[in-house]
Design a protein around this ligand. Structure first.
Ligand code: CU
Length: 157
């Protein structure tokens, strides 16, 4: 089989380009279709923002924030509005929540942190912050588990 293929290599190459083109066209077409169908699932893509959330904090999937069964959810919020995130620690470790503020960095002057700052197992807290007036993606995390517990705050106009 290899012997019959080898002489045709030069010709195969000339066929390869149109073949690749048609494959990529087919892929593009199917990707476009998928994008239209799943548009509503893209975080923030459905244009729905909320100013109130309630998150669980626990160790059900490693250390994690949970919103309606979704781990480390993106929180879509309205620009410039006060946002209230109720926090319920249903786990066995201490957790908290910090919003990066408009600079997208932690432990800077524009951060907002939960009250109380550290929430013990079985306890509740709240993080209240003003969403930046500039639409975009910002960040939140748990200071104690920053590599496990983090997500996006998506600000919509
Ligand atoms: Cu944590």
């Amino acid at each position: 089989m290899k012997a019959t293929c080898a002489p045709g290599t030069g010709r195969d190459r000339s066929f390869a380009l149109p073949a690749l083109l048609s494959i990529s066209i087919a892929l593009a077409a199917s990707c476009g279709g998928d994008g239209e169908r799943s548009g509503g699932d893209v975080p923030g893509g459905d244009g729905e923002s909320r100013a109130a959330y309630e998150l669980l904090m626990n160790e059900s999937a490693g250390n994690v924030f949970v919103l309606d069964g979704q781990n480390n959810p993106a929180l879509t919020v309205p620009a410039g509005k006060a946002v209230t995130v109720k926090l319920v620690n249903t786990g066995s470790a201490i957790h908290n929540m910090r919003f990066s503020g408009i600079d997208g960095r932690y432990f800077t002057g524009d951060d907002t942190v939960s009250d109380p700052e550290f929430i013990s197992p079985g306890k509740k807290g709240v993080l209240i912050f003003t969403a930046p007036g500039v639409p975009g993606e910002y960040l939140y995390q748990c200071d104690i588990h920053p590599t496990d517990m983090f997500g996006d705050v998506i600000v919509l106009d």
